[in-house]
Design a protein around this ligand. Structure first.
Ligand code: ATP
Length: 362
């Protein structure tokens, strides 16, 4: 069992500031180190106090997130500085990423060439390639988890965040998991097959497709339809939305939308694909001539932000209902007993949320 800093209280060393974001199990807040004045991000995670509780995060999952972050020191991956533990909470002190989400940054632009987009894609691939070399899969790559260090910088750095679903694949182990966000998950996740780091490469294909066209490749009217489209590899490059896209970009995406995980391009191979690393002048010129469909992209991003707020409200309501259920079950002497963390959740501390499942998240 991992031992976190229990001797000191996070608030003795850090001043807790404004909320930067919320996740399923707690909040991320800006924190200021009292000794140096340096600014960091504190991720406050509620810990499940008893096995029968459905509130909070299992300690072993927090330990896994911490172990993964400790193994990943790379300029394009959010760094972990420290970990504190109290009775009901673990606090991860993380590198503060103040540039917001990559997609929001792009949506503010009037126009963007494929070359500009490639500069970002290359950094994503470098970060992802680094974790894959360590046999770590992120398993939740999506626009919300790709941020910028500082959007005012002339060339902002990509930072990959949220390692809540990340997993270090051990040789000889078959790892299966059915979490993720429908639009971005690969066929093997839906089919509950053994997973490899290739899962992330499929998500990179989806992110690239959206970035270039403003359309989500497999999106159906319902999550079920989206999942069916993924399994059937049902996507196309329609002329209208891809009129400004280079043939190399389409080839890049096609080589990621491959059902067989072993045949899908790896991060290393992507970095050598001519769309990312052009070999001839003609290829360079093609990239510079091609551009992003900004009109549709802005629409996609606005809708995405709206859905994120909607999901947050939906989950808060569900949490509220769940808490009532926990209390009623306990009163009736049923198996689902209230426990320490359930009770504390009802007070003024940041709301913890239920981890999103396939059926309710797109
Ligand atoms: P999820 O529910 O998506 O699994 P989570 O509980 O694991 O989320 P994160 O995604 O890590 O939480 O963080 C929630 C939000 O907090 C992010 O979407 C982002 O806006 C913000 N955030 C996370 N880490 C940082 C950071 N290091 N610096 C600045 N903001 C951050």
């Amino acid at each position: 069992m991992a031992v976190f800093n229990m001797l000191e209280n996070v608030e003795d060393l850090y001043e807790i500031g404004e909320v930067l974001g919320s996740g399923h199990f707690g909040q991320v807040r800006e924190v200021r180190e009292r000794a140096t004045g340096a600014r960091w991000a504190g991720k406050f995670l509620k810990i499940r106090k008893c096995a029968s509780s459905r509130l909070g995060m299992e300690r072993k999952n927090v330990e896994r997130e911490v172990e993964v972050l400790q193994a990943l020191q790379h300029p394009n991956i959010m760094a972990l500085k420290d970990v504190f533990e109290s009775r009901a909470e673990v606090v991860l002190v993380l590198e503060l990423i103040s540039g917001g989400e990559l997609f929001d940054f792009i949506a503010e632009k009037e126009n963007l060439t494929e070359s500009d987009a490639i500069d970002f894609m290359k950094q994503i691939l470098l970060g992802v390639g680094f974790m894959h070399n360590k046999q770590i899969g992120h398993f939740d790559l999506k626009p919300e988890n790709i941020m910028l260090s500082d959007k005012m910088a002339p060339n902002p750095d990509i930072k990959i965040i949220d390692f809540g679903l990340a997993h270090c694949l051990q040789s000889g182990e078959e790892y299966r998991c059915m979490s993720g966000t429908p639009q971005y998950i690969s066929p093997e996740v839906i089919n509950y097959e053994p997973l490899s780091t290739a899962v992330d490469m499929w998500s990179i294909g989806v992110i690239t497709y959206i970035l270039l066209s403003g359309l989500s490749p497999f999106q159906g009217d319902t999550d079920e339809e989206t999942l069916r489209n993924i399994i059937a590899l049902n996507y196309k490059f329609d002329d209208h939305h891809f009129s400004m896209t280079s043939a190399m970009a389409k080839d890049f995406i096609q080589k990621l939308f491959v059902k067989d995980q072993n045949e899908r391009m790896t991060a290393e191979e992507c970095l050598h694909h001519p769309w990312i690393k052009p070999l001839t002048r003609k290829q360079v010129a093609n990239r510079n001539r091609s551009s992003i469909n900004m009109k549709t992209f802005k629409k996609f991003n606005a809708k995405r932000k709206w859905k994120m707020s909607y999901n947050m409200v939906w989950m808060c309501n569900r949490l509220h209902r769940l808490k009532l259920l926990c209390k009623t079950s306990a009163l009736a002497g049923e198996e689902l007993r209230p426990c320490e963390s359930d009770q504390e959740d009802t007070e003024t501390k940041p709301a913890s949320l239920i981890r999103r499942r396939l059926s309710n998240s797109s």
